[in-house]
Design a protein around this ligand. Structure first.
Ligand code: GLV
Ligand code: GLV
Length: 321
């Protein structure tokens, strides 16, 4: 059967598809496809292996045709796919959870350390030739160990970060999750479920791990920044629009919080004007899952989901609306 891959990905997944006897076409363009290009490219495909920047809705699914069985997203997040449009057309949708949990949690912790200890700012300072010798007050940051980490959204990534922060750095963990209390985690590391308000008021570091939905858009905005400690650090490795980036800019400019680390931006690839000029933010370009090992695994898992669906099986990572 025919599989269309919307952008070059690690070869391992292509091999998995070809070994199953499928005919694989990979976009030759090393950039996201325009909507028109995507519509043309997917025509006749039985499976689409999509990127998180591809907006997949009924129009794209119809352009593919009635034979289309599966859209396998090369990402854990799937807010770029209209699940209802897929369901009414009997098209399965899958993501790549689990295998990227560790690398995203590592990246979130990297941002915690980078912002708390002003590592990137210190690097800029050093490279600019500004260092004139040791000083008692040079580039003072915030301790990370033993501090309180507030996790918003306790899925796999949030709970993995919680364990690492507690076991490795002795952090106290509080969390807010709309629909889960994790008794095992509470027992294992002494984590505590709290209200959103208590989390915002008491945490030294706050890390966001919710999917983007209409309910989570701008979950963190001016009222939430106002509740945070002056010394708080906000980390976002989930989806950009979960944080109101204009409100973040203002909170950082007014030093209402100590700093922020963002891997995802509200209007990727555009950054809210003014953010890049601030010293108290560390910005990475949506690379939290970007390790060689994880990207290989994402490629393999996306391909395995397609193979299962095309054999008429339920793919391992089927998502529902
Ligand atoms: C990356 O953002 C992903 O959802 O995998
Ligand atoms: C989703 O982001 C998860 O927690 O795995």
């Amino acid at each position: 059967m025919k599989i269309y891959v919307t952008r070059k990905i690690p070869q391992i997944g292509i091999d998995v598809l070809e070994k199953a006897g499928h005919e694989v076409e990979v976009s030759p363009l090393d950039r996201p496809l325009s909507r028109e290009e995507l519509k043309d490219a997917v025509a006749g495909a039985d499976g689409i292996l999509s990127q998180l920047v591809d907006q997949i809705d009924g129009e794209i699914l119809d352009a593919a045709g009635k034979q289309l069985k599966i859209v396998a997203n090369y990402a854990v997040g799937f807010d770029n796919i209209n699940i209802k449009d897929a369901q009414v057309r009997n098209v399965l949708v899958t993501n790549t959870p689990d295998i990227l949990t560790g690398s995203v949690a590592d990246h979130a912790f990297g941002l915690i350390l980078a912002v708390g200890r002003r590592i990137v700012e210190s690097d800029r300072f050093s490279r600019a030739g500004k260092y004139q010798g040791w000083q008692p007050f040079l580039l003072l940051g915030q301790d990370v160990s033993e501090k309180t980490l507030g996790i918003i959204g306790l899925g796999k990534i949030g709970s993995t970060l919680a364990r690492r922060a507690s076991k490795g750095f002795g952090m106290k963990v509080v969390y807010y999750d709309r629909d889960s209390v994790n008794k095992d985690l509470d027992q294992e590391i002494g984590a505590r479920a709290v209200s959103m308000e208590e989390l915002l008021k008491t945490s030294d570091f706050i890390s966001v791990h919710v999917p983007l939905t209409p309910e989570t858009k701008h979950l963190i905005s001016t009222p939430q920044f106002e509740l945070m400690k002056k010394t708080a650090v906000l980390i976002n490795t989930s989806r950009g629009p979960v944080v109101d980036e204009q409100a973040l800019l203002e909170a950082l400019q007014k030093q209402d919080i100590f700093g922020a680390g963002i891997d995802v931006w509200e209007h990727e690839p555009e950054l809210t004007p003014g953010l890049a000029e601030l010293e108290n933010i560390v910005i990475t370009p949506h690379t939290a899952s970007a390790t060689i090992e994880t990207r290989d695994n994402m490629s393999r898992v996306a391909a395995e989901n397609i193979n299962a669906a095309l054999k008429g099986q339920t793919p391992p990572n089927l998502v529902k609306s």
